[in-house]
Write a protein that binds this ligand. Structure first.
Ligand SMILES: [Zn+2]
Length: 467
């Protein structure tokens, strides 16, 4: 791990020095933190710890969907892991979460040819017991929205939109409305159930679950090969009938928690750089890439920062409760901390797996361009800034609405959506070297944001809403 990591980081520095854009960046007026940032790289190279953190979370806790026993174990795990990563003042803030349970599930094509189908209920779906109906297929949610009740009523809607790979995750954004809103739209047209082609870029025979908006009909994802089979059968023209049984049901609400720890700032301790990830996962895998990797990046970044001279401001790590099924932790944090929103000088989130960092973006007030230029010449050495505004992350999106400035340290998601929300989201999918590289960049960027005399300033009101 360490020699490959050293090569990556050296390469990044060489690329940055040979980059004409880099040469055009004006020299910063303040101490560029070179010794501290070098120390972060050296510490990470000589004794990388990020992989060990995600191994511990996935092996010792595993699946941890909101409200489940694993969720409670994960909170206890985080309370132990934070001090071990150098974080102090570790505490929990309670978050009430929905407790949805999958139960047993199965589906099959009944006619014209019998086939078992590999399915997973979408998070929040109601159950079904031997529901059987004819399938009506649509290319995407738009096509379904324009459909007549006559063609849909009494049928199982099948939404079949292929998803491709994308480094920036944009394909997920394009296809995920099928999962979020498909059942609600289909129910309005009188459908009795929904099947979607998994929102995933793989061809494994494993379905991808994920949250859906509340709807009165059962909804499930088909693995990509099963969706392609169903597509071929429906395309023959003769009626295709499918049956499904979903044990999915809601078990009420349960208490979980956001887990918070800090590296206290030496000059402005009440000013905060927030580094977040989410502690919960879906139930099918062990939540290694989503978001064990992000938890490991945040904790490893904290460990690296905690070994340096303290930053001027406080680095606050938040491991959020229930991102997956309603963003309860992110909403609760923003509500509980609205009074200190103006003291949050920046927020970052690690929630796109364990891929290599390749890009940095920022969104804030008048100081943003200068801070970004400074980050690109020091902490974000060797990674590209394309000038577009940061998105932030799901858990910190409620902070965006309060004007908290955001920085994206973007990771390559080319293979993330092969495994995302499936039983295949397990530790072996993580490359320890790229995970550590991501932790180094998050640590370096967070350290510089917490130490530079400048501030981005709040996001202008017109740009506070994300979509
Ligand atoms: Zn996630």
């Amino acid at each position: 791990v360490s020699s490959r990591l050293a090569i990556w980081l050296l390469l990044a520095a060489v690329v940055a020095c040979g980059n004409p854009q880099h040469a055009a960046v004006p020299a910063p007026a303040h101490d560029p933190l070179v010794p501290e940032l070098d120390a972060i790289r050296r510490l990470a190279t000589s004794a990388p710890r990020a992989f060990d953190v995600v191994r511990s979370l996935t092996d010792e806790v595993g699946a941890r969907s909101a409200g489940s026993p694993g969720d409670k174990l994960a909170v206890a795990w985080a309370r132990r892991a934070m001090p071990a990563s150098g974080l102090r003042d570790v505490r929990t803030e309670p978050v009430m979460v929905k407790h949805w349970v999958r139960g047993e599930e199965s589906a099959a094509v009944v006619s014209p040819f019998a086939h078992k189908l590999s399915v997973a209920a979408l998070g929040g779906s109601v159950g079904a017991r031997g529901l059987e109906a004819q399938v009506v297929m649509f290319d995407d949610l738009d096509a379904l929205t324009k459909a007549d009740t006559a063609g849909v009523a009494g049928k199982i809607v099948f939404l079949d939109t292929p998803m491709h790979r994308s480094r920036d995750g944009s394909e997920y954004g394009r296809v995920v409305p099928n999962r979020m809103r498909g059942a609600a739209v289909a129910a309005k047209l009188g459908a009795v159930g929904l099947l979607i082609r998994s929102v995933g870029s793989d061809h494994n025979r494993l379905p991808h679950t994920g949250m859906m908006r509340e709807a009165p009909i059962p909804a499930a994802a088909l693995s990509v090969p099963d969706a392609e089979l169903l597509h071929r059968l429906v395309a023959r023209g003769a009626p295709v009938r499918v049956t499904m049984t979903l044990g999915a049901h809601m078990e009420g609400t349960s208490e979980s928690a956001n887990v918070i720890g800090e590296v206290r700032g030496r000059e402005l301790p009440s000013d905060i750089v927030l580094l977040g990830a989410h502690l919960d996962s879906w139930d099918l895998g062990t939540g290694a890439i989503d978001d064990g990797a992000g938890c490991a990046i945040a904790l490893e970044a904290a460990r690296l920062v905690a070994e340096l001279p303290p930053p001027r401001r406080t680095l606050r790590v938040v491991l959020f409760a229930n991102e997956e099924h309603g963003l309860d932790g992110g909403k609760a944090y923003a509500k509980a901390h609205a009074g200190e929103a103006s003291h949050h000088v920046a927020a970052l989130e690690a929630d796109t797996g364990a891929g290599l960092v390749y890009r940095i973006r920022a969104l804030g007030g008048p100081g943003t361009a200068a801070i970004l230029a400074s980050l690109v010449s020091h902490a974000a050495l060797g990674i590209a800034a394309d000038g577009k505004p940061a998105w932030g992350g799901a858990d910190i999106s409620p902070l965006r609405e309060l004007g908290v400035p955001l920085v994206d340290v973007s990771q390559d998601t080319s293979d993330y959506f092969d495994f995302h929300h499936t039983a295949n989201d397990t530790l072996d999918k993580i490359d320890p070297t790229s995970l550590e590289q991501a932790a180094v960049y998050f640590a370096s960027v967070a350290y510089e944001l917490a130490t530079t005399p400048e501030e981005m300033g709040p996001i202008p009101p017109a740009e506070r809403r994300s979509d």
